[in-house]
Design a protein around this ligand. Structure first.
Ligand code: HEM
Ligand code: HEM
Length: 205
């Protein structure tokens, strides 16, 4: 975790690409697309796919991208805060322990947003819940699918409220986390003197 040789963090292309794609997708759905529109839902599916790739990468990617390189540890986060107070700076091959907590918080929030979003809109190809007659499932899956859909629909009428609510609250929480995340990145850049943001940009490996 703590490396003496590494002068700046290194992120592989998958971490960089998924980071900036997630940023784009979140901005698109927070600012550009109309809430619940087809565009919003498709950006949402794309976001889900990108996040899935990043999470898979957490198991099979290079050392610094793996979950094992930045375990969620309140104890180490506290130790990191003590370090900040003491004015010492140590090297981390991956996210620092405080940053790691933020990363897991952001991912958790995204997962809640994606889960509630998909619960409202359905899986791609399963037919939009909000549109009529758009079912495109194959004949074999119709039966099982309908059983499931029926179950969902039944509760769906009533559950749309709570799902929308959770989706919205999680989105608002995400915005707060993002502001803290950017503040943390700026703080860490100043404190450590390292080019934290450059390390996340293309060409700085
Ligand atoms: C970070 C990404 C996202 C953000 C910031 C976001 C944000 C929002 C917001 C603020 C609303 C309005 C909630 C309300 O009416 O109170 C909304 C609605 C909705 N979102 Fe998302 N969303 C995101 C991702 C997704 C995903 C991944 C899906 C599904 C694949 C999705 C599907 C929907 C649907 C279906 C609605 C309409 C809810 C309704 O009108 O009942 N969203 N979204
Ligand atoms: C929608 C807004 C954003 C979201 C959801 C977000 C989310 C994340 C996530 C999940 C990570 C962990 C990356 C990984 O391990 O895969 C991360 C890291 C990082 N983000 Fe963001 N980010 C956002 C905006 C930004 C912005 C605007 C900047 C630049 C100022 C930025 C700079 C960074 C940097 C430098 C790291 C690496 C931190 C480290 O060295 O430990 N992010 N971000």
């Amino acid at each position: 975790m703590v490396s003496t040789q590494m002068k700046s963090r290194r992120w592989d292309p998958v971490v960089k690409l998924t980071h900036w794609s997630i940023v784009l997708a979140v901005l698109a759905n927070a600012i550009v697309t109309e809430e619940g529109s087809a565009a919003h839902v498709w950006v949402g599916y794309a976001l889900a796919a990108i996040l899935a790739l990043r999470l898979l990468w957490g198991f099979v990617g290079p050392a610094e991208a793996r979950f094992s390189a930045f375990p969620p540890s309140p104890r180490r986060a506290l130790a990191h805060i003590r370090e900040i107070r003491a004015g010492t700076v140590s090297e981390h091959a991956s996210h620092n322990p405080l940053g790691a907590l933020m990363v897991y918080a952001i991912w958790s929030c995204l997962l809640v947003i994606i889960a509630t979003g998909i619960a409202m809109a359905g899986l791609p190809g399963s037919g939009e819940r909000h549109e009529e007659g758009a079912r495109t499932v194959s004949a074999q899956t119709v039966e099982a699918d309908e059983e499931e859909a029926g179950e969902h629909r039944e509760g769906g009428e009533h559950e749309e409220g709570p799902l929308t609510e959770v989706h919205e609250v999680a989105a608002n929480l995400l915005y707060v986390l993002i502001l803290l995340h950017i503040a943390g990145v700026i703080f860490e850049t100043r404190r450590s003197g390292r080019q934290v943001v450059l390390a996340m940009l293309p060409g700085h490996r």
